[in-house]
Design a protein around this ligand. Structure first.
Ligand code: ATP
Ligand code: MG
Length: 366
């Protein structure tokens, strides 16, 4: 250990499919960007998902969970693949992610949707609409209609089957996600739009009341409210109007997928999941992409940008994060593209080479 360096423990969970390829690249970028800002990382690499099933017979081994829980932040690749698709439920690779999110109590899911100027043509929207889009969706992840009781398929008094789901939000659950969102907006352009359905749903009425009450603590953030049906439309009509969006579990699920299509390239999109205390979980939004695994074709930028979110939102190391973000833009400016974002006139590269180019760009901006 060198004196004067800040040290962090990072749990690396490569997982399955393209996971190991993109994690190996992102690890090098994270290490380099950190060291230029006086940070030192102790990486602990552990099996998870299908890789863990093959190795020890469970998707989330105790040792992996302990390493993750004791770390300062977790960087995850991807989980799943055809090989384990017929496993019974508790032996599916995806259960690892479920256990991890549940036990780390990561209630805040942050998903940026950014259209980089170099990749405007990849957007599903017209150039004029897509250009300059740069938003962050903050989704509540551990409450709401996905978990509320009563739930299930029951028999009513007429002997007929009824499907029941219940949306419940306690004041403290709304307050803590709203705080994450206000803080996030503060680190960005200072605009927060809270999305609900307060004209119909009672949980939304409380949501709007609590978010509005908190606004006085964040006078530098401009708060607005929008109904979810309108928000779904506005995302397509004029996505540039949004900076930070905060919303509940189900609306966030839908809107963040909608927003990801605006950017057009799944290989570019990172995410963060944060709890009240303890490590955050950082991962690309794409899956294990078994169709291209092991071929050095994967785009590592989503995972590299997840490492940048790890620095910014997980460790509060904004300068090192900025180094990574700038390096990604620099590599794109130089024309390097993996297959998923390739257009004629650019330089087609594989996963490793893209990683090396980003690494060079990180180093060149000392
Ligand atoms: P999940 O694991 O969430 O079920 P999925 O199977 O729905 O994921 P992905 O694994 O993300 O979807 O793959 C969807 C498509 O996108 C595939 O054709 C895959 O090759 C491609 N893809 C995903 N991630 C990347 C990446 N990082 N680089 C290039 N292509 C990718
Ligand atoms: Mg899949």
């Amino acid at each position: 250990a060198s004196p004067g360096k800040k040290r962090y423990n990072i749990a690396l969970l490569p997982g399955d499919g393209i996971g190991p390829e993109v994690i190996s690249v992102a690890k090098n970028v994270l290490q380099k960007a950190g060291s230029l800002e006086g940070l030192e990382f102790d990486f602990q690499e552990m099996p998870v998902g299908g890789a863990a099933l093959d190795l020890v017979g469970v998707p989330m081994p105790e040792e992996t969970f302990t390493a993750a829980k004791q770390s300062d932040a977790i960087l995850l690749g991807a989980i799943g693949g055809y090989k384990w698709d017929k496993n019974e439920k508790h032996l599916r690779p995806e259960m690892a992610l479920f256990y991890l999110r549940r036990d780390l109590k990561v209630f805040a899911n942050l998903r940026p949707a950014t259209v980089l100027p170099q990749l405007v043509d990849a957007s599903t929207l017209k150039k004029e609409v897509a250009e300059g889009v740069d938003m962050m969706i903050v989704r509540e992840l551990t409450g709401g209609i996905y978990f509320g009781e009563p739930r299930g398929i029951k028999i009513n008094e007429n002997g007929e089957e009824v499907g029941i789901s219940t949306e419940i939000y306690a004041a403290h659950e709304i307050d803590r996600i709203a705080r994450v969102a206000f803080e996030t907006a503060r680190k960005r352009r200072g605009k927060l739009c809270s999305v609900d359905k307060a004209n119909v749903l009672d949980a939304s009425i409380l949501w709007r009341k609590r978010v509005t009450a908190l606004a006085s603590e964040y006078p530098d953030v401009e708060l607005s409210h929008m109904y979810v049906d309108n928000a779904a439309m506005q995302l397509i009509r004029d996505p540039k109007q949004f900076d930070t969006i905060v919303t509940n579990n189900i609306f966030g699920d839908i809107l963040s997928d909608e927003a990801s299509m605006i950017t057009g390239s799944i290989g570019m999109l990172p995410s963060a999941s944060l709890g009240e205390s303890g490590p955050g979980l950082f991962e690309p939004i794409h899956g294990s992409a078994p169709d291209i695994a092991g071929q050095d074709k994967a785009n590592p930028l989503a995972t590299i940008l997840s490492a940048a979110m790890l620095l910014k939102y997980g460790l509060g190391e904004e300068k090192a994060a900025k180094r990574i973000e700038d390096a990604v833009v620099d590599a794109l400016n130089k024309g390097f593209r993996t297959g998923d974002i390739y257009s004629p006139g650019n330089k087609l590269v594989g996963c490793k080479e893209m990683g090396e180019e980003v690494l060079k760009s990180v180093e060149s901006k000392v």
